[in-house]
Write a protein of this length. Structure first.
Length: 496
C-alpha cells in the first residue's frame, strides 16, 4: 500500500497544482501536516522498544505509514509540477515576435497537408528593429514543407532559428515558420540516434533493395518505431473509430513482444535472470531509438523494475510497480505528465490491474479463459479511461472493448512478422520477397477487420461528469458482486 499511497498523493498534487496555487496557504498547511506525520511515525517507532507498544493497535501504525507516504508523494508532486515549463514566455509582447530560436525537443512530424510539426524549447525571441530577448517555455511550430528533410536529417536536439508569424489559440501559442536555419547540430548521441532511425525507416521505404515501399511499410513503421507519417490516413482513422488507437501507441504490448522474443532466444544459454537483464539493456536502447513517448517510457520503467524484482531487489506486485513507475516518471520527466497519452496510459493499466482483475474473477468458470482474460482487461481499461476520453475527445467507442480482443493479437503478429522482415533486409538471403508477400496479404486482412469495426458508431457525450459518476457506481457494484461471488464460491467449497 505504500507505493500506491505515495502515487495517489503525487497525482493529487500534480494535477491539482493550479488549484493549490490559488490557495497558497494550502501548500504550507499540507507541508505542515507532512512534518507532523513524519514526527508521529518516528514517535511510534520509538514506542516499539517499550512494553506500551503491544497496546497500540497495528492499524494505527499502518495508517500512519500510509498517511506519511501520501504526504511525501504530495510534496514530490508539487515540486515536480513547479519545474514543468508553462506557457511560452518571449520576453517581449508576443504580437511583436517575428522570429524564434530554440532546441527541437521532439522528432518532427509530417502532416497530411505536407507541413511539418514540432516543438521548440525556446531560447530567444526576436522582434522588429533587431530587438532580441531571452525566451523560455515550449512552443509548437509549423515548419514549411521544404525544411522537413533537413529537420529529419539533423533530428531531435538540434538548435534552429525560424522566421515566421505567431498566433495565440485556445491551447497556447502557435508559430508558423516561413524559413528555417539550423544553428547548431544535435549532440553526438542524438545524431547517432537520428541516423539509426533513418536507416531503419529507409529499410521499410526501399524494401531493403532499392525498390518502391510496400503497402504495409507505414503500419510497420508505426508499430515498431512509433512513426505514423507514412501510415495510411484512412487506416489511422479506422483505428480511432474502432476504439483501438492505443494499439498504435508504443507501449507495454510492443515492449512485451520484443523482450519476450529476446528472452526466449537467450534463456537457455544464459538463464532467465541474465536473459532478462540483457532484455532490459535492449529495452533502454529501443526507447532511445523510438523516442520518449509517455506510454513507452512507462512500460520501459516497469520492465526494468520487473528485472530488479526477478533478481530479488524489489517486490514483484504489478500494482506497486505501476505506482513506482508513475513516481519515477513524474520526478525525472515531469512535463510528460501533462500529456493526454500519459494520463490514458496509466489509467488504462491501473484499470486492468484493479477493475480488470475484479471482472476476471467474476468471469472465471463462466467464460473460457482465452476470452475472459482479454475481455476483463479490455473492460477495466475502457471503464477507467472513459471520463478522460470524453473530456478530451467527446466520443466513446464501446466497440473497442470487443474489437481489441481481435485486433490486438493480429497487430502483435503483424509486428513480429515486420520485425523479421526488417532483420532479413540486413541479411544476404532472399527472404524479403517472402515476407513482403505474407505481410501484404496479412495487412489487407487486418485492414478489413479494422475498417469493419470502425463502422460501428460511437457515443457522443458533452460532459465527462455523468461518465465519471457511472464509473464510480460501476466500480462499487463490481466490488459488491465480487464479494458476493466469493461468499457463494466459499459456501459451495465448504459443502463439497
Amino acid at each position: 500500500m505504500i507505493p500506491v499511497s505515495a502515487a495517489l498523493g503525487m497525482a493529487g498534487s500534480y494535477y491539482g497544482y493550479p488549484f493549490l496555487v490559488s490557495l497558497s496557504w494550502g501548500l504550507y498547511l499540507l507541508l505542515g501536516i507532512l512534518f507532523f506525520l513524519a514526527l508521529l511515525v518516528c514517535f511510534i517507532r520509538v514506542l516499539r522498544f517499550f512494553p506500551l507498544w503491544e497496546k497500540i493497535p497495528p492499524l494505527v501504525y499502518r495508517a500512519g505509514r500510509i498517511a506519511l507516504a501520501a504526504s511525501v508523494g504530495f510534496s514530490l508532486g508539487i515540486a515536480s509540477r513547479q519545474h514543468v515549463p508553462g506557457a511560452a514566455e518571449f520576453g517581449i509582447p508576443f504580437e511583436e515576435v517575428i522570429a524564434v530560436r530554440g532546441i527541437l525537443s521532439e522528432d518532427p512530424r509530417t502532416l497530411q497537408s505536407g507541413f511539418g510539426l514540432g516543438s521548440l524549447e525556446l531560447l530567444e525571441s526576436a522582434g522588429q528593429d533587431g530587438i532580441r530577448a531571452t525566451a523560455r517555455g515550449n512552443l509548437t511550430v509549423f515548419f514549411p514543407a521544404e525544411s522537413i528533410p533537413r529537420l529529419k536529417e539533423f533530428g531531435r536536439g538540434c538548435e534552429v532559428f525560424a522566421d515566421g508569424v505567431i498566433s495565440q489559440g485556445s491551447r497556447g501559442f502557435l508559430f508558423r515558420a516561413t524559413s528555417l536555419h539550423i544553428v547548431k547540430p544535435a549532440p553526438a548521441p542524438e545524431q547517432l540516434r537520428t541516423g539509426l532511425r533513418m536507416t531503419l525507416l529507409e529499410k521499410f521505404q526501399t524494401r531493403g533493395r532499392g525498390q518502391q515501399a510496400p503497402v504495409w511499410a507505414g503500419l510497420a513503421s508505426a508499430l515498431l518505431l512509433g512513426v505514423r507519417e507514412d501510415l495510411d490516413m484512412s487506416l489511422a482513422e479506422d483505428f480511432k473509430n474502432s476504439g483501438c488507437s492505443h494499439i498504435l501507441a508504443l507501449s507495454g504490448m510492443h515492449l512485451a513482444i520484443l523482450s519476450c522474443l529476446l528472452t526466449f532466444l537467450l534463456r537457455r544459454p544464459l538463464g532467465i535472470r541474465w536473459a532478462c537483464l540483457l532484455g532490459g539493456i535492449f529495452i533502454v536502447f529501443y526507447v532511445f531509438i523510438a523516442g520518449s513517448q509517455p506510454s513507452l517510457g512507462r512500460a520501459a520503467i516497469m520492465y526494468l523494475m520487473g528485472c530488479l524484482a526477478l533478481w530479488g531487489m524489489l517486490q514483484s506486485k504489478p500494482l506497486s510497480l505501476l505506482c513506482m513507475a508513475f513516481i519515477i516518471q513524474i520526478l525525472f520527466y515531469g512535463k510528460t505528465g501533462t500529456s493526454v497519452s500519459f494520463i490514458l496510459s496509466y489509467l488504462a493499466l491501473f484499470g486492468i490491474l484493479t477493475l480488470g482483475l475484479t471482472f476476471h474473477s467474476l468471469f472465471r468458470g463462466r467464460l473460457p479463459e482465452i476470452i475472459s482474460g482479454g475481455l476483463s482487461a479490455s473492460l477495466g481499461a475502457f471503464i477507467l479511461t472513459a471520463p478522460v476520453v470524453v473530456l478530451f475527445f467527446g466520443t466513446l467507442r464501446p466497440i473497442g472493448i470487443v474489437a481489441s480482443l481481435v485486433i490486438a493479437p493480429l497487430s502483435s503478429l503483424f509486428m513480429v512478422l515486420a520485425l523479421a522482415a526488417l532483420i532479413s533486409s540486413f541479411l544476404p538471403l532472399p527472404l524479403w520477397n517472402v515476407f513482403d508477400f505474407v505481410l501484404g496479404w496479412f495487412y489487407r486482412f487486418l485492414e478489413l477487420i479494422i475498417s469493419l469495426a470502425g463502422r460501428v458508431p460511437g457515443l457522443n457525450l458533452s460532459s465527462p461528469l455523468p461518465v465519471l459518476a457511472a464509473v464510480i457506481i460501476l466500480w462499487i457494484l463490481a466490488l459488491f458482486v465480487k464479494r458476493q461471488d466469493m461468499l457463494y464460491r466459499n459456501n459451495i467449497a465448504s459443502f463439497s
